[in-house]
Design a protein. Structure first.
Length: 153
């Protein structure tokens, strides 16, 4: 196994990413019977063209085994600061061992920090209660958001 981390243009991974997206969707998506997987590839390409989308990949030799999509924009509430917001992250089950994910995240963080990003916001799917109040109000727990100050600004 020769695993590498790299930043790639969306157009270069678009055709090979769908099998991983389907496995990811099968693993974490809610409401599969009513909300089918249907990525808006044109919008992703537009965001990439605008230099807002940053795509990081995990490869075993040339095989794509993981991806991490991050959107970087000036925050609407703090316009002087760039914020990085995770869109989607996935690593194939066979590669979720050891320190691989940790190293992948550190690689992406360094790349994003080098852009002058002040804060990185992480979002990940979960399937357990977040807060009794939300449950009482009828909310379904879907995401937990993590934030990490990258020390810029």
């Amino acid at each position: 196994m020769t695993v590498t981390y790299q930043r790639e243009e969306f157009a270069n991974v678009r055709d090979e990413i769908m099998p991983l997206c389907e496995r990811h969707w099968e693993e974490v998506a809610l409401n599969k019977d009513t909300i089918p997987l249907s990525p808006n590839w044109d919008m992703y390409q537009s965001l990439d063209d605008a230099k807002v989308l940053h795509v990081f990949t995990l490869r075993d030799d040339k095989l794509l085994v993981g991806y991490f999509f991050i959107l970087v924009i000036n925050h609407l509430h703090y316009q002087e600061h760039l914020f990085a917001n995770s869109d989607i992250i996935y690593i194939d089950k066979e590669y979720r061992k050891g320190l691989l994910a940790l190293k992948f995240m550190r690689f992406a963080e360094k790349e994003i920090k080098d852009l002058g990003v002040s804060v990185m916001m992480m979002s990940t799917k979960i399937h357990k209660p977040l807060d009794k109040l939300f449950l009482r109000l009828g909310y379904a727990p879907i995401e937990r958001i993590y934030s990490k100050n990258l020390g810029i600004g």
